[in-house]
Design a protein around this ligand. Sequence first.
Ligand code: F6R
Length: 615
Amino acid sequence: MCGIIGYIGDKKAAPILMDALKRLEYRGYDSAGISTINKNNILVEKDIGKLEEIKEKREKEKNINFEKIEGNVGISHCRWATHGSVTKENAHPHTDCKNMISIVHNGIIENFSALKEKLIQKGHKFKSSTDTEVIAHLIEDNYNGDIEEATRKALKQIEGSYALGIICSKEPNKLIAARNESPLILGLGDKENFIASDVHAILKYTNKVVYLENNEIATLEKNNYSVKNVNGKIINKKINEINWSPELAEKSGYEHFMLKEIHEQPRAITETLNNRIENGNINLKEELDLNDEELKKINRIIIVACGTSWHAALAGEFMLEELAKIPVEVEYGSEFRYRNPIINENTLIIAISQSGETADTLAAIREAKKRNAKVLSIVNVKGSSIDRESDSVLYTYAGPEIGVASTKAFTAQLVVLYLFTLFMGNLKKSLKKEKITDLIEKLRKLPLQMESLLSEENDIKKIADIYKDKTNSLFLGRGVNFPIALEGALKLKEVSYLHAEGYPAAEMKHGPIALIDKNMPVVFIATKDDYTYKKVLGNIHEVKARNGIVIAIATEGDEEVGKLADYVVYIPKTLYILSSILTAIPLQLLAYYVAVDRNLDPDKPRNLSKSVVVE
Ligand code: F6R
C-alpha cells in the first residue's frame, strides 16, 4: 500500500524524508510527495511517477527538487492509489483550506463521502478526489489551537483504516502520528524522532522503535514523544531494539533488490535454521507459546495465507501430512472468514505472512480467534500486526524483503514449515528418531546446495531469452512441486506481465494441452522421485509431440530429461520433500531475467504493492 515517513529534529528534514522514502517505495510508486514547515508556512511538493522519474523530470525542468525543500519537520509519502486516480492533485500530502495542516495517509476512509458532503456544506473547498483530503479538512474543522486534540476529535468521526502523519504550521515543533489497522512505527533517535510505515526504512537513523497499536495517537517532538488513546489517556509504550542491519535494506551492488534477495537465500535459510537444531532434533519449544500437551492434542491444521505465502502453505500441507501425519487444509485468507470454518479445540490455525500486515490474513486470524482456535504464525517482520495478534510465532529470518515479488521469504517459509513438521512428527511419534536425523541432515545441506544452484545463473539468463516474443507460459509440477509450479507462474506474471498458469502436470491433459503449440514455453518441474517422475516424463513427451518448448528443472545427473527437454536446469540431489526449496530458485531467476529482458523494473511491478493492507 502507501508508504509514510515523518521527521522532526535538528537536521534539515527533506533529505532524510526522501532517503527513507526510497526504501519504502515498494509499498507504492504511482506518485510521491513531501511537506515541511518553514517559517511557519506549510510547503508541499508532489508529483506523479516513481521517485527517480520525478527527480529526473524536475531536474530537467529546473524545478525545485524534493530534497531542497526547507524545514526541520516534515512528512513524505509514496502512493498506491485506492481512492482517486493517479494525478498530481491526488498525490499526498493533502492540505486543508487554510494551508495550515498537511497530512499523509495509508489506508481507506470508508465514510469519506458522507464526511466530505458535510464539510462541503460547511464551506470547505476540496482539491482532490481522495478519501485522505477529508481528514485534513476534518482536523481543520476541529482545530482550536491544539493539533493533537483536533486530530483526536477528527479521528472519532472517521471509519476505516489509517496510518497518518500530520504537521501543522501553527505548531511547528510537533509531528503527529495515528494508527488504525494500517502499520505505523515511531523511531526514536538522538535529538530527532521519526515515523515510518516499515522499520527498515529508518534503520539507518535509529534501531529504537515503538509500535503504535490501533486507535493510538502519538505526538513527537525533537526530544520527546507521547502516545495516547483517542480519549487522551497516556499509554506507556515499550521501546523495541531492532537487530536487522541497515545494509540489509540496501542493494549492495545488485541491480535490483529482487536479484539481491534471490542471492540472499542461502544466508536466509542458514539464519532460519540457527539455534533450531539441537542434539539431532528440532527444538522449537522455547519459541512456541503452546505447551506439549496442547500441541499433542492437535488433530487438524488449517493454514491461511495469501499469494506466495499461500503457495508455501500448499507445500506445508504436503510436508505435514506426509511426515507428521496430521490432516491439513489450506485456505486463502480472504475466503476463510466468509465461510463457516469448522474449528474445534484440537484445530490449530497456522497463518503465513512475510509482511505480517496482509489484511486478508489478519482478518482470517481474527475470525479463527473468535472461534477459540489457537493461532500459530510464520512471519518475517517482527512486531507486525500478525506477529502481535497470534498466540505463537515462528519467525523466518530472511531479513527485510524489499523487492515486491517475494523470493527469500518464500523459501524461508518452506524451511520453517519443514522444521515445524519434524517437530510435530517427533512430538506425535509419527516420525522415528533415525528418520528425523536423516531429514535434518539433508536439511542442513540446503544452504550450500542453494549456492551451487545460484552459480548456474547464466544458464537461466539464456533460457529467459526465449520469452522475448512469447505471450504465455505453462508451469507444471506434481506433489510437493505443484505449489512451486504455481509460484513460478505467479513470479513470471508479476514481474514480466506475461500470462502464465501453474497446474499439476497430470491436469494438462484435462484442458491446458489445447494451448500447446510452437509458441508455448512449458516449464516442467521434473525432479527424480519415487512417486510421479515417470508420469511427468510422459507429460513432457506429450508437449514435445505438439511442438511446445520444454524447459525442465531436473535432478543433477538425469540424462533422460536432458535428452527430452529443449532446456534443462539441474538442481542438486536432495530429499523429494526438500526439492521444492531448491526448484523455486531457478523459477525466481527465470522471472527476474524475463522482466529485465523486457526492460521492466522487477522491483516495482505495475499495480502491485508489497504489503496489501486493504481487504
Ligand atoms: C508475490 C507476493 C504476494 C504476497 C501476498 C501475501 O510475490 O509477494 O503474493 O505473497 O501479498 O503477502 P504476505 O506474505 O506479506 O502476507
